[in-house]
Design a protein around this ligand. Structure first.
Ligand SMILES: [Zn+2]
Length: 124
């Protein structure tokens, strides 16, 4: 399965590089999501617009408009609470704040890249 890097203003604000991570539940090792991490540094929060897979989750998150639409992120396998809703005020972006040591990550290679602006131009 190949995933496409979504490069947008937030990616650029973090230096322009991105990586894919497979996120696993630390308790039961269930593979839960694939997430695009923009830029360097520790993975502290998961922005709703950077979830890559599974598709059902991506679509569900796409419909969330306010923090009150969100609920705690639980492992679908064992039910462990992994992350809690937050608003990243600096960028006015909804995100999940990861709880300490609840989520493991494994890097995925990123085979495809595109710029959001280019996609918009194609649509026009
Ligand atoms: Zn679990």
């Amino acid at each position: 399965m190949k995933y496409i890097v979504k490069k947008d203003k937030f990616t650029k604000a973090r230096g322009g590089n991105a990586k894919f991570y497979i996120l696993l539940c630390a308790q039961c090792r269930h593979e839960i999501f694939i997430y695009q991490k923009d830029g360097p540094g520790k993975l502290l929060r998961l922005y709703l617009d950077k979830f890559v897979a599974p598709k059902s989750v991506v679509e569900e998150l796409h419909n969330i408009k306010t923090k009150s639409d969100m609920h705690g992120l639980q492992c679908p396998s064992c039910g462990e609470l992994l992350a809690v809703p937050m608003m990243y005020e600096k960028e006015k972006r909804l995100a999940y704040r990861l709880l300490n040591n609840k989520v493991l990550k494994r890097e995925e290679q990123s085979p495809l890249e595109y710029e959001l602006t280019e996609i918009k131009q194609i649509k026009n």
